[in-house]
Design a protein around this ligand. Structure first.
Ligand code: C2E
Ligand code: MG
Ligand code: MG
Ligand code: MG
Length: 287
């Protein structure tokens, strides 16, 4: 009986794996058409200067409105886009769309775009970026590329060469999700990022006195300051967390307290009406 049960468990896993594989395949096929079907959208989330409480820019975050499945989250389809290399054309669309949007917002603001490891490994990335920047008529410093910590885990000559090439284009580079990888601190010296983004797992509930997060954030800010890098605390939702983050010396914050990811039209209205000044209190959260 134990043997039968074992076989049953095996079957269950085999089916689950098969279902997972076919679901991935279905997503990959649909994703192939998503660009031509105009199903991809970028939303924009404000990034706010802690001292002045002014919006300094936005992070572009992708959404996929699938015809029948509805909204699919990036954490579900970006890994599949990565594996299938579809991230290269999709990533180019993201960069071009984000640059065009920030051109509408104005010269005083930045746009941050997430760049996947596969895109980062693509030798055409610097050319794509320069072409998008000049097509939109923005300054390269207005574009910030967010690269997750994992990419730099191997300090390969290729990674460092790409990093330097991107720097030479004049765009800014941010190290995303800091603290979630293995934090090989050595690469921060070799790859001088302009900004470190502190992962929201350290930020959410950081004001809770029983949490070690405040100590961790404080040491990341210390490191960034010594290396002359800016810091953005991500996932700031409450006034307590905001007060703590301010006290710890983070230069920027991003989170629901100042605004959820929003449509282009909302972003333009927000800046027209608020002049870029983000009041934590009374700030309208629509999503
Ligand atoms: P990320 O780059 O670290 O983005 C931050 C995530 O935190 C976003 O989730 C954002 O909506 C969410 N967030 C912001 N403020 C708060 C807050 O106060 N509380 C909470 N609970 N969450 C907050 P999202 O939009 O679902 O994106 C998830 C991840 O998917 C991103 O993490 C990024 O790694 C990836 N991603 C999103 N858009 C793109 C893209 O255009 N290209 C690539 N390659 N990856 C993308
Ligand atoms: Mg990001
Ligand atoms: Mg993250
Ligand atoms: Mg992040």
């Amino acid at each position: 009986a134990a043997k039968d049960a074992g076989r049953g468990v095996y079957r269950f896993y085999a089916d689950a794996m098969h279902n997972q594989a076919s679901e991935r395949k279905a997503i990959e096929d649909a994703l192939r058409d998503a660009l031509v079907k105009d199903e991809l959208r970028l939303l924009y989330q404000p990034i706010v200067d802690v001292g002045s409480e002014r919006i300094t820019g936005f992070e572009a975050l992708i959404r996929w409105h699938h015809a029948t499945e509805g909204m699919i989250s990036p954490s579900k389809f970006i890994p599949i886009a990565e594996e299938s290399n579809l991230i290269v054309p999709i990533g180019e669309w993201i960069i071009r769309t984000a640059c065009a949007s920030i051109a509408l917002v104005g010269p005083g603001y930045r746009i941050a775009v997430n760049v996947s490891p596969r895109q980062f490994a693509n030798e055409k990335l610097p050319a794509t970026i320069l072409s998008a920047v000049s097509a939109a008529g923005i300054r390269p410093e207005q574009l910030e590329l967010e690269i997750t910590e994992g990419v730099f885990l191997d300090e390969s000559p290729e990674n460092l060469a790409m990093f330097r090439q991107l720097k030479r284009t004049g765009v800014r580079l941010a190290l995303d999700d800091f603290g979630t990888g293995y934090s090989a601190l050595g690469y921060l010296k070799k790859a001088p990022f302009d900004k470190i983004k502190i992962d929201q797992s350290f930020v959410l509930g950081a004001a809770d006195p029983s949490s070690m997060n405040a100590a961790i954030i404080s040491s990341i800010v210390g490191l960034a300051t010594a290396l002359k890098m800016e810091t953005t605390a991500e996932g700031v939702e409450t006034h307590d967390d905001l007060a703590l983050i301010r006290g710890l010396g983070c230069s920027h914050v991003q989170g629901y307290i100042y605004g959820r990811p929003m449509e282009l039209a909302e972003m333009l209205t927000l800046l027209r009406e608020g002049g870029g000044h983000a009041e934590a209190r009374g700030y309208k959260c629509t999503r």
